[in-house]
Ligand binder design. Structure first.
Ligand SMILES: [Mg+2]
Length: 283
């Protein structure tokens, strides 16, 4: 074991994923609610009011486990509270809705995964400098992945992009119950006894996770971030960007604009194919 560890978020950090996932989450949530017993909670007439609430809920949990994101969105439309709940009971829904919530989760999971698969095939690639940077850093630090992506999906994505897994000491994703978030993963890495632990991520939520786990943070903005990180570490300077930032109203507007078209097509009974949705998001 080395004395220093560097953990990487996956989506948007190792993989150039853009903001697609947020739109996928919004669409998958809406479709799952309509199809699985929550249609009365999201009537088409309320879409203009609900969508900003859904976006707000999602943006409170960017990069968090998917079922946490869903519960925040459902809580937002049901109760006007854009925050996740620990258990479905806390959604304060009636018995029929509570009984249907598992089916909503399953359908949401299915639609979200299918959209991600299509986007991964058509658009998502690792940042060009990632492989080289990981190989270089692995010479002097223990490397980890700490991701909000479900573990089996994370393992599949790493294989699909042909990552050299030997550079990592550990690869940790989330589980279906929404547990094992990045904060816990980072705490466990730190508890192994490293002198310094650095988390590299792309969202403000990642920065909050790092703060909560009392590890350092480096923000990955684009491919050039990897060169900057290497240069800093070569000089023996450890990044420590501990101030979370606001993802901004631009991003909220982007999510609304990109999600509203496929949702309206779905409501009209003419759902877009997943390929068409992904191409629309990336246009
Ligand atoms: Mg990310």
């Amino acid at each position: 074991m080395r004395t220093t560890a560097i953990a990487f978020d996956f989506d948007g950090t190792l993989i150039r994923g853009g903001w697609d996932k947020g739109v996928h989450i919004l669409y998958a949530s809406y479709v799952a609610c309509v199809e699985q017993g929550f249609a009365d909670v999201v009537p088409p007439a309320d879409l203009d009011r609900h969508l900003p609430l859904m976006v707000k809920a999602y943006m409170n949990y960017m990069g968090s486990p998917r079922f946490q994101q869903l519960s925040a969105i459902v809580n937002a439309v049901l109760n006007g509270i854009p925050y996740a709940v620990e258990t479905p009971v806390a959604l304060k829904a009636d018995a029929a809705h509570l009984a249907a919530y598992g089916a909503v989760q399953n359908r949401y999971n299915e639609v979200y995964s299918a959209l991600n698969d299509v986007a991964a095939r058509l658009f998502w690639r690792p940042f060009p400098s990632v492989r080289e940077t990981l190989a270089e850093l692995a010479k002097t630090h223990d490397l980890f992945i700490a991701s909000g992506v479900l573990q089996d999906i994370l393992d599949g994505d790493l294989a699909k992009h042909a990552f050299d897994l030997s550079v990592f000491k550990g690869i940790f994703g989330s589980n279906r119950t929404g547990g094992a978030d990045k904060g816990q993963i980072l705490q466990e890495i730190l508890a192994k006894g490293y002198r310094t632990v650095l988390f590299c991520g792309d969202s403000s939520k990642d920065c909050e996770y790092a703060n909560a786990a009392k590890v350092r943070f480096f923000r990955v903005r684009n491919d050039a971030s990897y060169g900057a990180l290497l240069a800093l570490l070569k000089r023996g300077e450890w990044p420590d960007e501990s101030v979370p930032w606001s993802e901004g109203s631009d991003l909220a507007g982007y999510y609304r604009d990109k999600a509203v078209k496929p949702i309206r097509a779905f409501i009209a009974g003419r759902p877009m194919t997943f390929e068409a949705i992904s191409t629309w998001i990336n246009s």
